[in-house]
Design a protein around this ligand. Structure first.
Ligand code: KG4
Ligand code: ZN
Length: 338
Protein backbone atom coordinates (compact mmCIF):
# COMPACT_ATOMS: atom_id res chain seq x y z
CA UNK A 1 0.00 0.00 0.00
CA UNK A 2 1.46 3.37 -1.06
CA UNK A 3 0.76 6.38 1.14
CA UNK A 4 1.42 9.99 0.18
CA UNK A 5 2.19 11.78 3.45
CA UNK A 6 2.28 15.47 4.33
CA UNK A 7 3.88 17.21 7.33
CA UNK A 8 3.62 20.93 8.19
CA UNK A 9 3.46 21.09 11.99
CA UNK A 10 6.36 23.50 12.54
CA UNK A 11 9.00 24.94 10.21
CA UNK A 12 9.46 22.12 7.70
CA UNK A 13 7.12 21.57 4.75
CA UNK A 14 7.53 17.91 3.90
CA UNK A 15 5.98 15.24 1.69
CA UNK A 16 6.88 11.59 1.16
CA UNK A 17 5.65 8.40 -0.41
CA UNK A 18 5.94 5.34 1.84
CA UNK A 19 5.06 1.75 1.00
CA UNK A 20 3.51 -0.51 3.65
CA UNK A 21 4.73 1.73 6.46
CA UNK A 22 8.33 0.66 6.09
CA UNK A 23 9.79 1.52 2.67
CA UNK A 24 10.43 5.14 1.72
CA UNK A 25 9.91 5.67 -2.01
CA UNK A 26 10.58 9.41 -1.75
CA UNK A 27 11.00 12.09 0.89
CA UNK A 28 11.17 15.83 0.31
CA UNK A 29 11.74 18.46 3.01
CA UNK A 30 11.64 22.23 2.46
CA UNK A 31 13.10 23.78 5.58
CA UNK A 32 12.38 27.35 6.63
CA UNK A 33 14.97 27.32 9.39
CA UNK A 34 17.26 29.93 7.80
CA UNK A 35 14.47 32.49 7.81
CA UNK A 36 13.35 31.79 11.40
CA UNK A 37 16.99 31.93 12.54
CA UNK A 38 16.92 35.70 11.94
CA UNK A 39 14.37 35.94 14.78
CA UNK A 40 15.97 33.39 17.12
CA UNK A 41 13.01 31.01 16.89
CA UNK A 42 10.02 29.98 14.78
CA UNK A 43 7.67 32.87 13.91
CA UNK A 44 4.26 31.13 13.49
CA UNK A 45 2.85 33.64 10.98
CA UNK A 46 5.89 33.29 8.73
CA UNK A 47 5.79 29.50 9.05
CA UNK A 48 2.17 29.34 7.79
CA UNK A 49 2.91 31.55 4.81
CA UNK A 50 5.97 29.56 3.80
CA UNK A 51 4.00 26.29 4.07
CA UNK A 52 1.34 27.77 1.78
CA UNK A 53 4.02 28.62 -0.78
CA UNK A 54 5.93 25.35 -0.53
CA UNK A 55 3.24 22.71 -0.22
CA UNK A 56 2.34 22.26 -3.90
CA UNK A 57 5.94 22.02 -5.20
CA UNK A 58 6.98 19.78 -2.28
CA UNK A 59 4.13 17.31 -2.84
CA UNK A 60 4.74 17.30 -6.62
CA UNK A 61 8.45 16.62 -6.02
CA UNK A 62 7.66 13.74 -3.67
CA UNK A 63 5.53 12.08 -6.37
CA UNK A 64 8.13 12.79 -9.04
CA UNK A 65 11.00 11.38 -6.94
CA UNK A 66 8.99 8.22 -6.34
CA UNK A 67 8.27 7.99 -10.09
CA UNK A 68 4.55 7.84 -9.34
CA UNK A 69 1.38 9.67 -10.29
CA UNK A 70 -1.46 10.46 -7.89
CA UNK A 71 -3.36 7.57 -9.48
CA UNK A 72 -0.71 5.16 -8.08
CA UNK A 73 -1.34 6.31 -4.51
CA UNK A 74 -3.64 4.28 -2.22
CA UNK A 75 -4.12 6.70 0.69
CA UNK A 76 -3.13 10.12 2.02
CA UNK A 77 -1.76 10.84 5.49
CA UNK A 78 -1.36 14.21 7.15
CA UNK A 79 -0.08 15.53 10.47
CA UNK A 80 -3.07 17.13 12.22
CA UNK A 81 -1.77 17.60 15.80
CA UNK A 82 0.06 18.83 17.83
CA UNK A 83 1.96 21.84 16.48
CA UNK A 84 1.58 25.44 15.36
CA UNK A 85 -2.08 25.70 14.46
CA UNK A 86 -1.65 27.94 11.41
CA UNK A 87 1.10 25.70 10.11
CA UNK A 88 -0.89 22.48 10.65
CA UNK A 89 -3.95 23.95 8.93
CA UNK A 90 -2.02 24.44 5.68
CA UNK A 91 -1.16 20.72 5.50
CA UNK A 92 -4.57 19.56 6.70
CA UNK A 93 -6.51 21.70 4.25
CA UNK A 94 -4.27 20.79 1.36
CA UNK A 95 -4.63 17.09 2.18
CA UNK A 96 -8.42 17.40 2.44
CA UNK A 97 -8.57 19.07 -0.98
CA UNK A 98 -6.43 16.32 -2.42
CA UNK A 99 -8.62 13.66 -0.79
CA UNK A 100 -11.77 15.26 -2.19
CA UNK A 101 -10.41 15.54 -5.71
CA UNK A 102 -8.94 12.02 -5.82
CA UNK A 103 -11.41 10.13 -3.66
CA UNK A 104 -8.48 8.69 -1.66
CA UNK A 105 -8.90 7.92 2.04
CA UNK A 106 -7.26 10.50 4.34
CA UNK A 107 -5.50 9.36 7.51
CA UNK A 108 -4.90 11.88 10.33
CA UNK A 109 -1.56 11.36 12.09
CA UNK A 110 -0.36 12.58 15.50
CA UNK A 111 3.05 14.24 15.18
CA UNK A 112 4.70 12.45 18.11
CA UNK A 113 3.34 9.08 16.99
CA UNK A 114 4.98 9.73 13.63
CA UNK A 115 8.32 10.47 15.33
CA UNK A 116 8.07 7.05 16.98
CA UNK A 117 7.23 5.50 13.58
CA UNK A 118 10.48 6.81 12.06
CA UNK A 119 11.92 3.77 13.84
CA UNK A 120 9.83 1.37 11.73
CA UNK A 121 11.69 2.70 8.68
CA UNK A 122 15.16 2.59 10.24
CA UNK A 123 14.63 -0.74 12.01
CA UNK A 124 12.62 -3.02 9.76
CA UNK A 125 12.29 -5.76 12.39
CA UNK A 126 10.99 -3.44 15.13
CA UNK A 127 7.48 -4.18 16.37
CA UNK A 128 5.57 -3.01 19.48
CA UNK A 129 5.41 -3.44 22.42
CA UNK A 130 8.35 -1.26 23.48
CA UNK A 131 9.17 1.67 25.73
CA UNK A 132 9.96 4.87 23.81
CA UNK A 133 11.65 8.09 24.85
CA UNK A 134 10.15 10.80 22.65
CA UNK A 135 12.26 13.94 22.85
CA UNK A 136 11.64 16.90 20.57
CA UNK A 137 11.59 20.68 20.62
CA UNK A 138 8.17 20.73 22.26
CA UNK A 139 7.83 17.41 24.13
CA UNK A 140 9.72 15.01 26.38
CA UNK A 141 7.76 11.84 27.04
CA UNK A 142 8.39 8.29 28.10
CA UNK A 143 5.72 6.36 26.22
CA UNK A 144 4.72 2.72 26.49
CA UNK A 145 3.92 1.76 22.91
CA UNK A 146 1.62 -1.21 23.49
CA UNK A 147 0.73 -1.48 19.83
CA UNK A 148 1.17 0.64 16.69
CA UNK A 149 -1.78 2.84 17.68
CA UNK A 150 -2.07 2.14 21.42
CA UNK A 151 0.15 4.28 23.64
CA UNK A 152 0.37 5.23 27.27
CA UNK A 153 2.39 8.11 28.71
CA UNK A 154 4.57 6.87 31.58
CA UNK A 155 6.54 10.06 32.19
CA UNK A 156 6.59 13.62 30.87
CA UNK A 157 8.31 16.93 31.39
CA UNK A 158 6.79 19.27 33.95
CA UNK A 159 8.23 22.38 32.28
CA UNK A 160 10.65 22.72 29.35
CA UNK A 161 11.11 20.01 26.73
CA UNK A 162 14.63 18.61 26.33
CA UNK A 163 15.05 20.23 22.89
CA UNK A 164 13.83 23.57 24.23
CA UNK A 165 16.40 23.39 27.06
CA UNK A 166 19.16 22.61 24.55
CA UNK A 167 18.07 25.50 22.32
CA UNK A 168 17.86 28.02 25.18
CA UNK A 169 21.25 27.04 26.61
CA UNK A 170 22.75 27.26 23.11
CA UNK A 171 21.17 30.66 22.54
CA UNK A 172 22.72 32.01 25.76
CA UNK A 173 26.08 30.95 24.35
CA UNK A 174 25.38 32.83 21.12
CA UNK A 175 24.60 29.85 18.87
CA UNK A 176 22.02 30.30 16.10
CA UNK A 177 18.53 28.71 16.34
CA UNK A 178 17.95 25.79 16.74
CA UNK A 179 21.10 25.47 18.83
CA UNK A 180 20.71 21.84 19.93
CA UNK A 181 22.75 20.43 17.04
CA UNK A 182 25.53 23.05 17.40
CA UNK A 183 25.71 22.51 21.18
CA UNK A 184 25.98 18.75 20.61
CA UNK A 185 28.91 19.23 18.21
CA UNK A 186 30.82 21.66 20.44
CA UNK A 187 30.27 19.38 23.45
CA UNK A 188 32.32 16.67 21.73
CA UNK A 189 35.51 18.67 22.52
CA UNK A 190 34.62 19.46 26.15
CA UNK A 191 34.87 17.86 29.57
CA UNK A 192 31.41 16.73 30.80
CA UNK A 193 32.63 16.93 34.42
CA UNK A 194 34.05 20.48 34.19
CA UNK A 195 30.95 22.08 35.74
CA UNK A 196 28.62 20.55 38.30
CA UNK A 197 25.05 21.06 37.14
CA UNK A 198 21.90 19.89 38.97
CA UNK A 199 19.90 16.77 38.06
CA UNK A 200 16.37 17.97 38.88
CA UNK A 201 13.85 15.30 39.81
CA UNK A 202 10.10 15.53 40.34
CA UNK A 203 9.05 14.48 43.83
CA UNK A 204 6.68 11.52 43.75
CA UNK A 205 6.93 11.12 39.96
CA UNK A 206 10.16 9.22 39.24
CA UNK A 207 9.63 9.06 35.47
CA UNK A 208 8.82 12.77 35.00
CA UNK A 209 11.40 15.32 33.88
CA UNK A 210 12.09 18.94 34.80
CA UNK A 211 14.58 20.81 32.67
CA UNK A 212 13.86 24.42 33.53
CA UNK A 213 16.06 24.42 36.69
CA UNK A 214 18.92 22.86 34.76
CA UNK A 215 18.51 25.41 31.98
CA UNK A 216 18.52 28.26 34.53
CA UNK A 217 21.61 26.82 36.22
CA UNK A 218 23.62 26.86 33.02
CA UNK A 219 22.35 30.34 32.06
CA UNK A 220 23.35 31.63 35.54
CA UNK A 221 26.76 30.01 35.21
CA UNK A 222 27.34 31.84 31.91
CA UNK A 223 25.96 35.20 33.13
CA UNK A 224 27.91 35.12 36.41
CA UNK A 225 31.15 34.43 34.57
CA UNK A 226 30.54 37.22 32.07
CA UNK A 227 29.72 39.70 34.89
CA UNK A 228 33.02 38.85 36.53
CA UNK A 229 34.78 39.14 33.19
CA UNK A 230 35.82 35.49 33.37
CA UNK A 231 36.12 33.45 30.19
CA UNK A 232 34.40 30.07 30.38
CA UNK A 233 35.51 27.21 28.17
CA UNK A 234 32.48 26.92 25.85
CA UNK A 235 33.14 23.28 25.00
CA UNK A 236 33.25 22.41 28.72
CA UNK A 237 29.94 24.24 29.37
CA UNK A 238 28.29 22.48 26.41
CA UNK A 239 29.66 19.08 27.46
CA UNK A 240 28.56 19.51 31.10
CA UNK A 241 25.08 20.64 30.07
CA UNK A 242 24.64 17.87 27.51
CA UNK A 243 25.80 15.31 30.05
CA UNK A 244 23.29 16.60 32.63
CA UNK A 245 20.33 16.47 30.19
CA UNK A 246 21.27 13.02 28.89
CA UNK A 247 21.79 11.79 32.46
CA UNK A 248 18.24 12.87 33.44
CA UNK A 249 16.72 11.31 30.31
CA UNK A 250 18.64 8.06 30.68
CA UNK A 251 18.08 7.65 34.43
CA UNK A 252 14.28 7.97 34.20
CA UNK A 253 13.98 5.85 31.07
CA UNK A 254 16.07 3.02 32.50
CA UNK A 255 14.17 3.18 35.80
CA UNK A 256 10.82 3.02 34.01
CA UNK A 257 11.96 0.05 31.91
CA UNK A 258 13.28 -1.80 34.97
CA UNK A 259 10.12 -1.15 37.01
CA UNK A 260 7.88 -2.22 34.14
CA UNK A 261 9.99 -5.19 33.11
CA UNK A 262 10.38 -3.93 29.54
CA UNK A 263 13.55 -4.86 27.68
CA UNK A 264 12.93 -3.21 24.30
CA UNK A 265 13.92 0.47 24.27
CA UNK A 266 13.41 3.00 21.47
CA UNK A 267 14.20 6.71 21.10
CA UNK A 268 12.55 9.23 18.76
CA UNK A 269 12.23 12.96 18.00
CA UNK A 270 14.69 15.72 17.11
CA UNK A 271 16.77 15.26 20.27
CA UNK A 272 17.21 11.54 19.52
CA UNK A 273 19.90 12.76 17.06
CA UNK A 274 22.00 13.76 20.08
CA UNK A 275 25.27 11.85 19.92
CA UNK A 276 25.67 11.39 23.67
CA UNK A 277 22.07 10.23 24.15
CA UNK A 278 22.49 7.64 21.38
CA UNK A 279 25.81 6.42 22.79
CA UNK A 280 24.73 6.36 26.45
CA UNK A 281 21.49 4.50 25.82
CA UNK A 282 23.09 1.93 23.54
CA UNK A 283 25.65 1.23 26.29
CA UNK A 284 23.06 1.09 29.08
CA UNK A 285 20.85 -1.27 27.08
CA UNK A 286 23.76 -3.49 26.01
CA UNK A 287 24.87 -3.78 29.66
CA UNK A 288 21.43 -5.08 30.60
CA UNK A 289 20.95 -7.31 27.58
CA UNK A 290 18.09 -5.11 26.33
CA UNK A 291 17.27 -4.39 22.69
CA UNK A 292 17.83 -0.78 21.68
CA UNK A 293 16.54 0.98 18.56
CA UNK A 294 16.97 4.50 17.22
CA UNK A 295 16.04 6.25 13.99
CA UNK A 296 18.80 7.05 11.51
CA UNK A 297 19.88 10.66 12.06
CA UNK A 298 18.18 11.91 8.87
CA UNK A 299 14.81 10.72 10.24
CA UNK A 300 15.14 12.24 13.73
CA UNK A 301 13.98 15.72 12.75
CA UNK A 302 10.62 16.56 11.20
CA UNK A 303 9.93 14.77 7.90
CA UNK A 304 6.97 13.23 6.09
CA UNK A 305 8.36 9.71 5.69
CA UNK A 306 7.59 9.08 9.37
CA UNK A 307 4.04 10.37 8.79
CA UNK A 308 3.64 7.84 5.98
CA UNK A 309 4.93 5.09 8.28
CA UNK A 310 2.54 5.86 11.15
CA UNK A 311 -0.25 6.65 8.66
CA UNK A 312 -0.06 3.06 7.40
CA UNK A 313 -0.66 1.60 10.86
CA UNK A 314 -3.38 4.14 11.67
CA UNK A 315 -5.09 3.14 8.40
CA UNK A 316 -4.83 -0.56 9.26
CA UNK A 317 -6.46 0.19 12.62
CA UNK A 318 -9.39 1.77 10.77
CA UNK A 319 -8.64 5.45 11.25
CA UNK A 320 -9.63 7.71 8.41
CA UNK A 321 -10.85 11.30 8.53
CA UNK A 322 -14.00 12.87 7.17
CA UNK A 323 -14.20 16.14 5.24
CA UNK A 324 -14.57 17.96 8.56
CA UNK A 325 -11.06 17.03 9.79
CA UNK A 326 -9.60 19.85 11.88
CA UNK A 327 -6.07 20.60 13.14
CA UNK A 328 -5.22 20.82 16.86
CA UNK A 329 -2.38 22.73 18.51
CA UNK A 330 -2.34 20.31 21.43
CA UNK A 331 -3.37 16.67 21.68
CA UNK A 332 -2.21 13.79 23.85
CA UNK A 333 -0.33 10.99 22.10
CA UNK A 334 -2.73 8.60 23.87
CA UNK A 335 -5.78 9.98 22.10
CA UNK A 336 -7.28 7.78 19.42
CA UNK A 337 -9.57 9.69 17.12
CA UNK A 338 -10.12 13.39 16.41
O1 KG4 B 1 11.34 16.75 16.54
P1 KG4 B 1 11.89 18.04 16.11
O2 KG4 B 1 12.60 18.13 14.79
O3 KG4 B 1 10.78 19.13 16.09
C1 KG4 B 1 9.74 19.12 17.02
O4 KG4 B 1 8.78 18.34 16.82
O5 KG4 B 1 9.89 19.87 18.01
O6 KG4 B 1 12.88 18.52 17.26
C2 KG4 B 1 13.61 19.70 17.17
C3 KG4 B 1 14.48 19.82 18.40
C4 KG4 B 1 15.17 21.19 18.51
O7 KG4 B 1 15.00 21.66 19.82
C5 KG4 B 1 16.62 20.86 18.21
O8 KG4 B 1 17.54 21.73 18.81
C6 KG4 B 1 16.73 19.47 18.78
O9 KG4 B 1 15.53 18.84 18.37
N1 KG4 B 1 17.91 18.75 18.26
C7 KG4 B 1 18.95 18.37 19.04
C8 KG4 B 1 19.88 17.75 18.18
N2 KG4 B 1 19.38 17.76 16.92
C9 KG4 B 1 18.17 18.39 16.99
N3 KG4 B 1 19.16 18.50 20.36
C10 KG4 B 1 20.30 18.00 20.86
N4 KG4 B 1 21.25 17.40 20.10
C11 KG4 B 1 21.08 17.24 18.76
N5 KG4 B 1 22.02 16.64 18.03
ZN1 ZN C 1 8.86 16.97 15.54
Amino acid sequence: MKILAIESSCDETAAAVVEDGRTVLSSVIASQVEEHRLYGGVVPEIASRRHAEAIVPVVSQALEQAGLALSDIDALAVTYAPGLIGALLVGVNFAKGLAMSTGLPLVPVHHLRSHIASNYISNQELKPPFLCLVVSGGHSHIVMVEDYTEMKIIGRTRDDAAGEAFDKAARTMGMPYPGGIALDKIAEDGDPHAFKLPRPTVHGAPYDFSFSGLKTAVINLIHNASQKGEALNKADVCASFRYAVVDCLTTNLVKAAEDMGVSKIVIAGGVSANSLLRKTLSQECRKRGWQFYMPEKSLCGDNAAMVGAQGYYEYLSGRTAGADLNAYATMSIEENGA
